[in-house]
Every structure is written in C-alpha cells, then in structure tokens.
Design a protein around this ligand. Structure first.
Ligand code: APR
Ligand code: PHB
Length: 391
C-alpha cells in the first residue's frame, strides 16, 4: 500500500492533519492503535484559543463548535477566599476563548473523515516506523491478523506521549526536557449545572481547584491531589466535600452535586522533545510535548503544530518548496516553549508544593494580589490565556 503522508495516531493532531491535507488534495492514511470508541472515551481539557477555532473552521469542522460551544471573555481567580475576574476580552483588545470539549472536537473530526470516505485503520498493533532518514519511509502494522506495509513520502508522528514515533528516533538525535510535578489532578465530569458561568481557578491552602464546564448542564471539576492517590480513595461524596472546602462561600452555596459520569487522576508533567523533525518524519502534538493542564494549552499547541505541518506539506507538494519543512521544528518549538513557560508559571502560581511551606503560600498570594491589581500583570496573563498569535 502507498500514500503520500502516513499519519500515526488518530487523536486530535492526527485527525486534524488528515482533514487539512484532504482539503489540499494530499493523500493520507491514519494508523491508530485503539478503537474509535476508545479514542472518544478519553476526557481531556476543553478550552480552545482563537487560533484553534480558526483552524477547525479551515478544516471545515467548526459548525457544531460554533453552535454548541460557550464563548468566554473572562475567568476568575480565587485566592484568600475571594474571587477576582480577569477580563480577558478587555485586556486583549476583544479576544475570547471557546469552551468546547476535546472529545467533541475529536468526534467532529472523525465524522468529517468518515463523511469524506477517508481511510483510518483502527485497532492496529505492532505499529513501527522505518527508513524515515531516507527517501522512502514506511509504516508497518498488523491489522485483523495481517501484516501490512504502508510506503509513503512522509510520516507524521501524531501518536501522543507514549507513541512509537518519538521512541524510534536514535537516542543521540533527540534531546528531551522534562519536569514532573509532585501532584496530580483528580477530575470529575457530572451532569450538573456549572457553579458559575465562567471558569474558576482556585489557589487554597488545601491545594488547587478548578471549576470548568462542558455545557449549561454538564460540569467538569478538578482538585489537586497526591499523585499516589488511588481512585478508590475518592468516592463522589469525598470529591464534592473536598471541592466545596476549596471554594468561596458564594460558590459553595451554588455548587450542585450529583453522580460522576467520569472520574480520573492525571499526573502533571512538562515535557519537550527537540527537534520535532527527523528527516522525513515529523512529531506533532503530545508526541513532541506535554504541558500541565493549568491554562489548557495541550490541544491548542497540538493544533498549531498541525497548522505549521500542513502548511509545510502543502508547500512541498504544490510549490515544490522545502522552506516550510526545513523550518517546521524551529517554528513549532518557539511557540511550544512560550506555552511551556506559561503553563509552568500558572501551575507554580496556583498549586500547593509540598516543599514550599507557608512562605510559598504567602508569595503565591502576593503574586495573585499583584495580578488582579496591576493592569500590566493581568494583561500578561490574559494574552497568554487567549493564546499567542501564530508567527
Ligand atoms: N500506533 C498507533 N497509534 C498510537 C500509537 C502507536 N504505537 N501509540 C499511541 N497511538 C495513538 C493513541 O491511541 C492516541 O489515539 O495516538 C493517539 C494520540 O492522541 P493524543 O494522545 O490525544 O495526542 P494528540 O493527538 O497529539 O492530542 C493532543 O491535546 O489536550 C491535549 O494532551 C491532550 O491528547 C491531547 C492533546
Ligand atoms: C477542562 O474543562 O477540562 C479544563 C479547563 C481549563 C483548564 C484545564 C481543563 O485549564
């Protein structure tokens, strides 16, 4: 079998790349390890930057997002028991974000791919990548008991943090930068109305909490917890009790609780692999970098990688130009490191670090006090939150 671009991984990165290439008349096959249902069962963040919204529109999959997504012009910071609004829209000359779950983005992309009759191999095993340092790369995999070899011009490694593409690069050709945080996020999804119409990021002496949402009737909440905690320790009642303790009196009163429809613990990590191109193989999204979820940059970074990659491949096929391919890694990494810095900073500001003690808490509170009282500081937060422009 032969294609122009072999895409490994059918998460948001791989699916969005497939759609943008299809629009440009470039042939691609997606090879995914899991089933489509499994991919759709993963609950992840849900805040889209303008750049990401524009890209979903460009890919022709933005209609439901515009219909069902919630446009937010601000969010709240809660510390020392009181909430303070960050008016993103006013601070950034009118920019806003869209609250729309990653699961829904994935579903829209899958539906568009199916409607266009494009091929995705789900449930592939023994996926391996070969000869990407030469002219004729291949992806090999097993599907329904049969071995296959897919020859291609390029491989797009969109296979997430635990994927095979980055792992196939010789150790001497890649540098990895990593920071692992000493806590995780316990997340709950529930069909209850959100406690507030905007997101609340809370810094408390008991640890961080986040009140988010998926719709007017579905909420997504998180509390910081030890990364060693097991879900069996967290009944729904225990979760709601802990969340309540981290809210201000008004939110505490307005909180509606109910049975969880999903509950999980996610570790927090910052990670970047450099470079993001190895001959004829490119890494995009979580395959190349991870951010802690504070600030919801993961999906947005994946989208900007895919924008740069699709542009580079279109330039290659249409204009016979290697300029986009040659600058892919550098362009991505510039934006990646800015988002890494922001996510690390926002995480450091909002969480309890075991080693920081009372001094650490006081310094965080002083910085938060400065943020909500300084136009300059609030602007820096707002312009990063709504997303930096594509270069
Ligand atoms: N072969 C084929 N597919 C694989 C392999 C493999 N060896 N390893 C992993 N995959 C698949 C995974 O099953 C998954 O569906 O690759 C996909 C990667 O998807 P994601 O992990 O969602 O990564 P990405 O598409 O880059 O999405 C970016 O945004 O909000 C963030 O971290 C969040 O997933 C999110 C990300
Ligand atoms: C979410 O809704 O899941 C979410 C929102 C904002 C974040 C992280 C997660 O910063």
């Amino acid at each position: 079998m032969r294609t122009q671009v072999a895409i490994v991984g059918a998460g948001p990165s791989g699916l969005l790349l497939g759609q943008l290439l299809h629009k440009a008349g470039i042939d691609a096959v997606i090879i995914e390890r899991q089933s489509a249902d499994y991919v759709l069962s993963r609950i992840r963040a849900g805040v889209l930057e303008q750049v990401t919204m524009d890209l979903l529109d460009e890919a022709g999959v933005g209609q439901r997002m515009h219909r069902e997504g919630l446009v937010h012009g601000g969010f709240e910071l809660l510390f020392k028991g009181a909430r303070h609004r960050i008016d993103m829209q006013a601070l950034t000359g009118g920019r806003q974000v869209m609250v729309y779950g990653q699961t829904e983005v994935t579903r829209d992309l899958m539906d568009a791919r199916a409607a266009a009759g494009l091929s995705t191999v789900y449930g592939a095993s023994e996926v391996s990548v070969h000869d990407f340092d030469g002219e004729r790369p291949q992806v090999r995999y097993t599907s329904q008991g049969q071995q296959h070899e897919l020859s291609c011009d390029f491989i797009a490694g969109c296979d997430g943090f635990h994927g095979v593409c980055r792992a196939s690069v010789p150790a001497g050709a890649i540098t990895e930068f990593e920071k692992v945080y000493p806590f995780g996020w316990l997340g709950v999804l529930a069909d209850v109305p959100p406690v507030s119409h905007e997101l609340i990021y809370a810094n408390t002496e008991r640890g961080f909490a986040l009140c988010s949402m998926r719709s007017a009737t579905r909420s997504r909440y998180y509390v910081q917890c030890p990364v060693s905690d097991s879900l069996s320790r967290w009944s729904d009642d225990a979760f709601w009790a802990e969340l309540r303790l981290r809210l201000d009196p008004q939110a505490r009163e307005q909180l509606v609780t109910g049975p969880s429809i999903e509950k999980s613990i996610a570790p927090l990590r910052s990670f970047v692999a450099e470079p993001m191109r190895f001959g004829r193989m490119f890494l995009a999204g979580d395959a190349a970098h991870i951010v802690p979820p504070t600030g919801a940059k993961g999906l947005n970074l994946a989208a900007s990688d895919v924008k740069y990659l699709s542009t580079a491949l279109i330039e290659h096929y249409r204009d016979k130009s290697a300029a986009g391919i040659d600058s892919y890694s550098e362009r991505c990494l510039r934006r990646v490191w800015r988002a890494e810095r922001f996510s690390w900073w926002f995480t450091s500001l909002m969480h309890q670090f075991p080693e920081a003690g009372g001094f650490g808490q006081k310094v965080q509170e002083a910085e938060l006090d400065y943020l909500v009282n300084s136009n300059a500081a609030a602007t820096a937060l707002a312009e990063n939150y709504v997303g930096l422009p594509l270069q």
